[in-house]
Ligand binder design. Structure first.
Ligand SMILES: C[S@@+](CC[C@H](N)C(=O)[O-])C[C@H]1O[C@@H](n2cnc3c(N)ncnc32)[C@H](O)[C@@H]1O
Length: 264
């Protein structure tokens, strides 16, 4: 069972926004090569609070469109709110599972999935197979995921045991935090052509109020017996103290971007 473990707060939504802006800059060349351009139809599967969907919707413009899918109702509500607030009439969202989105098969120029496979241990190939079915002939499936083995996990001082518990949670759920390095094989096994991978790790500067993904998983850590309420208050104290110091930290995200095309 690989239940998704991150829960959203305003600070977490802020972190998604920051990641999305950084992705637009860092992956500009890769997105262009994948076919993200004015008029394109793009699917964003596992869209979360829609930060990337919004960036994509601006890039494809009114003659294109973005369909975001997520199974989490609160993430979808945040995504719809962001699109409405940003005046993006070309972005629409629906609830669905990553391997059964309900989207129209063969209809997308680009099918994007970011930081979802690492939460779906054992289901990765079924998910990528489904994504491949959504791309039009000649269309691209574009995956981004973590390769935590590459640079080690981001750790804030005083939160080493939080990170350890977070890794234990993923291990317990059969999730692969080095999934990034397997992305080209998953794409090829899904029948796609020309799979290639680019290492696009990046460093993200934190701001007061922002929290690492491990913190967002805190309730799951307690319910799985990997942390106590006492641990949560201690970690909250550390994070508050770091906020008070201006959160002068950066976290390193090790990630791989991979893409491949559906044969014509
Ligand atoms: C880490 S967030 C990434 C959000 C977004 N892709 C981004 O990069 O900003 C992962 C999202 O995937 C969704 N998710 C995870 N597993 C899923 C599944 N099997 N089906 C649908 N959504 C899933 C979660 O609900 C969550 O919103």
């Amino acid at each position: 069972m690989s239940d998704y473990s991150l829960r959203l707060s305003d600070a977490e939504v802020g972190r998604y926004g920051q990641m999305a802006e950084a992705a637009r800059e860092d992956e500009r060349d890769l997105w262009e090569a994948a076919g993200v351009r004015p008029g394109a139809r793009v699917a964003d599967v596992g869209c979360g609070p829609g930060a990337i969907s919004a960036v994509l919707a601006r890039l494809v413009g009114p003659s294109g469109g973005v369909r975001g899918v997520d199974r989490d109702a609160s993430a979808l509500a945040a995504a719809r709110e962001l699109a409405a607030r940003s005046g993006l009439a070309n972005a629409a969202f629906s609830q669905g599972d990553a391997d059964a989105t309900g989207l129209e098969p063969g209809s997308f120029d680009v099918v994007m999935m970011r930081h979802v496979l690492a939460h779906n241990g054992g289901r990765e190939q079924a998910i990528v197979d489904h994504l491949a079915s959504l791309a039009r002939p000649g269309g691209t499936v574009y995956l981004v995921d973590v390769d935590a083995g590459r640079r080690g996990a981001p750790v804030l001082p005083g939160l080493e045991d939080l990170e350890e518990a977070y890794r234990a949670l993923h291990a317990k759920r059969g999730n692969d935090l080095t999934i990034g390095r397997r992305l080209p094989d998953l794409l090829t096994a899904a029948g796609l052509e020309g799979a290639r991978a680019d290492d696009r790790g990046r460093t993200i500067g934190l701001r007061p109020g922002m929290r690492p993904p491990s913190w967002a998983a805190r309730e799951a850590l307690v319910s799985e017996g990997l942390a106590t309420r006492g641990d949560l208050s201690r970690w909250a104290g550390v994070l508050d103290r770091l906020d008070g110091e201006g959160m002068p930290y950066e976290i390193e995200i090790s990630q791989v971007c991979a893409r491949a095309r559906r044969p014509r």
